[in-house]
Structure formats: C-alpha cells, structure tokens
Design a protein around this ligand. Structure first.
Ligand SMILES: [Zn+2]
Length: 275
C-alpha cells in the first residue's frame, strides 16, 4: 500500500480507499469494488455473524490477493474499496435497490433495515462517493497527461449458486464495448480455461456502476474480470492468477491496439469505443 489516505469516514475509522502498486507507465488502472470487508464501528457487526460476514456476501473472496499481486507485476495502480459490500455496494448506483441490501443470499442484514434518507446519504458520502472520486482522480490525471488508459475491474464469484455448479474458471463481463473483453477471452481460452462470456453475470447499465461510470461513459477501453473463488481463496492460487493476468492483459492490449488502429502510446479512438 502506498500509505495514501482517503478519509471518507470520520478519523476513527479506516479510510475507505486503499491504493496499492505504483504506476510504472503502463496503460492499466485496476479497480476492486468488493476487495474489502471492513464495517464502520458505528454499525457494529451489522447484526450479521462473523461467519456470514466472511462469506461471499461480505466481499469478493480472494480478489484482494490477486489484485495486489497483479498491481505489483503490472506496475499498475490498484484502487480497492475497504468496506464490505454489506455496508454499501460500490458497484451499484446510489439509490439502486441492491445498493444497501436488507437480505443477501438468505442472510438478513438488520443494520440495513429501516434506514432514513440521511443514513443512506451518510454511507454514500463516506464510502461510495470517495471511492469513485479516487478512481476519477486517477483517470483524470492520466488523460490530462495524454496517456493510454485501460480500466480493469476485478471481482470473484462463488463456485455454486442456487445448488448449481458454475463451470467457468473465469468470466469476462462486457456490455456496450466488448472489444477488449473478447480479445482477452480468446487468450484465456487458448490456455485451456473455461471462460464465461458475460457469465456468471452480464454487465448491464443498471446492475453495474463502476465499468459504466469509468469505462463506458468515458469511452475508455475496459474489461470486467470475474475469477471463481475456489481458485483464489489461497495464496498460491492468487499468485497463479495474478501471473496469468499480468502476462495476458498486456497481450490483449497489444492486440487491441493492432486490431483497432490505436497507437499503444495514445488514447484509444473514442469513436469506436461504444460500438
Ligand atoms: Zn464483486
């Protein structure tokens, strides 16, 4: 961690954003909405057991280790949300029905019931908005300097949902601009992996917030990567996936530049970005 502090909550609480890695001049900016599972002290334990808070409902298991190792290998900046998505989901627009969940995968979240507008606004102002402002700040600085910039959103998914086993080892999510996702998908498949194409989730305008806000609206090349949690719930798996992505992301970007006529040192042509 760079030691940078973004104080969203009051001084007694951990800052809501953790920034890892150093910018070595490459195109990638890594963001991780569900990497953390802290709960502000004023919310206690949310009324949820420690065991449940440690489940996937609290955070994206394993993605913290992958993201931090990947940031180091790519010499890229990683911006992580520190607080649990049970407090507020930073991949949802403010006011979205699942922004602050009352029940998650069968587990009630008592601290999220009967919230006033002020209480909701407080969580947005102290956690959601400062996190996205930090991402915006990073992207603004790069674009001002005329640097190529690729937004990479990192997530993990459960091996099973609703009693069904999910066959994919990794999923790439896309919506309005699938160019980089398709190129990375082909590279992952060449490694013999089962790769979900908009699986286990599809990226949409409403169910997501980070890629639509920082990738699509800004017409920046982007990809959302979901890794199955049993593959990265241990350090060796995290290292393996970080090494794989550190190898393949630059290859995908080089192919992107060739295919779409982008000079690697210049920003992608905005015209084609929403194709
Ligand atoms: Zn996630």
């Amino acid at each position: 961690m760079t030691g940078e502090v973004v104080t969203g909550t009051n001084a007694k609480e951990p800052p809501c954003v953790a920034v890892y890695g150093t910018d070595g001049g490459g195109p990638f900016v890594l963001v991780s909405d569900h990497a953390g599972r802290a709960v502000p002290s004023y919310l206690g334990d949310l009324g949820v057991s420690a065991e449940d808070r440690a489940r996937h409902i609290g955070w994206d298991i394993g993605i913290d280790g992958v993201g931090r190792a990947l940031a180091q290998k790519l010499q890229a900046v990683l911006i992580e949300q520190v607080y649990s998505r049970l407090v507020i989901d930073c991949n949802r627009a403010p006011g979205h029905p699942t922004s602050i969940v009352k029940i998650s995968d069968g587990t009630p979240v008592p601290a999220n019931h009967a919230l006033t507008a002020e209480q909701i606004a407080y969580r947005e102002d102290t956690i959601l908005h400062p996190y996205h402002a930090r991402i915006t700040q990073e992207l603004d600085a790069r674009l001002k300097a005329g640097r190529p910039t690729v937004v990479v959103a990192l997530h993990s998914f459960t091996p099973e949902m609703g009693g069904l086993k999910r066959p994919w080892q990794v999923g790439l999510l896309h919506n309005h601009d699938k160019r980089l996702a398709v190129l990375l998908m082909e590279l992952l498949r060449k490694e013999g992996l089962s790769v979900g194409d908009n699986e286990p989730y599809a990226l949409t305008d409403t169910s997501d917030y980070t890629v639509p806000t920082h990738g699509e609206k800004r017409q920046l090349p982007h990809v959302e990567i979901e890794i199955r949690q049993d593959l990265i719930d241990h350090p060796a798996g995290q290292e393996e996936w970080a090494a794989r992505l550190a190898r393949l992301l630059p290859q995908a970007w080089a192919l992107f530049c060739q295919t779409y006529g982008v000079t690697p040192g210049a920003q992608a042509d905005a015209e084609g970005a929403m194709a």
